[in-house]
Design a protein around this ligand. Structure first.
Ligand code: CTP
Ligand code: CA
Length: 224
């Protein structure tokens, strides 16, 4: 810090962000996935980096690029891989934002060979994946921040608050499904932030870049 540099608010902070979908393999050529584009998580990563943070971006399969030189991107495919990287990285971080759309279940095994078509029904048996956010919530230290997202279709606020509690989050970003131009596969989003202190902060429909800025301002408040 000297005459020529303005101190950025997240300078010296290390922030982990999970982003995108996960792919759970069925056989060598097939998987179970979801429609998450990763745009929200990548926008959060750019915003944190722009404010001076060192970002570790743990990305599921997405067709996006990270631009800022302070973003260290780690690509993963499955929930299990994302879990392993997140648990390894969190102890050395100041905060984590769980933005990935993690598959809740994965096939109990992956066939070594391509499953052949037949006229019969086939059964895929699914096993629960580990909850990455909850696992980080368990090892969270006093001075670490943990934030998550929630997408609900009913009793939105109550369900989101329960999720925040269960996973030991400091705040949760509730994605509104009701509003046009919000959610998956979209460049805009409408969110409400619920905090562990009982606050409720609603925002307007905005481009994901601006939503990211709103979220990081709240995060920054918890990091002081
Ligand atoms: N999450 C995670 N690991 C999982 C599932 C979810 O880290 N295996 C994180 C998401 O990144 C998000 C938060 O937990 O920040 C909430 O995800 P969501 O799918 O809404 O919650 P679930 O606990 O999976 O509950 P459900 O899908 O049954 O509503
Ligand atoms: Ca889920």
């Amino acid at each position: 810090e000297n005459f020529f540099s303005i101190r950025q608010e997240l300078a010296g902070k290390k922030i982990i962000i999970t982003a995108g979908p996960t792919y759970e393999k069925i056989d060598p050529v097939r998987f179970i996935g979801n429609y998450s584009s990763g745009k929200m998580g990548f926008a959060l990563a750019e915003e944190c980096a722009a404010r001076g943070a060192e970002v570790t971006l743990i990305a599921g399969p997405v067709s996006l690029k990270a631009y800022h030189s302070s973003i260290c991107r780690i690509d993963v495919e499955s929930a299990r891989e994302m879990y392993d990287v997140a648990l390894r990285e969190y102890p050395g971080a100041d905060a984590a934002i769980m933005c990935a759309a993690v598959a809740d279940y994965a096939p109990d095994h992956c066939s070594d060979i391509k499953i052949k078509r037949s006229g019969d029904d086939i059964v895929l048996r699914l096993q629960p994946n580990p909850d990455i956010a909850a696992a980080l919530g368990k090892i969270k230290r006093q001075n670490q921040v943990l934030a998550g997202f929630a997408l609900e279709t009913d009793n939105e606020e109550e369900h989101a608050r329960l999720k925040m509690k269960r996973k030991n989050l400091d705040f949760i970003v509730l994605n509104s499904l009701k509003d046009a131009g919000a959610g998956f596969r979209c460049d805009t989003n409408k969110v409400t932030i619920l905090t562990r202190d009982g606050e409720k902060i609603p925002f307007e429909v905005k481009p994901k870049k601006e939503v990211a800025s709103d979220i990081i301002s709240v995060l920054s408040g918890y990091m002081k």
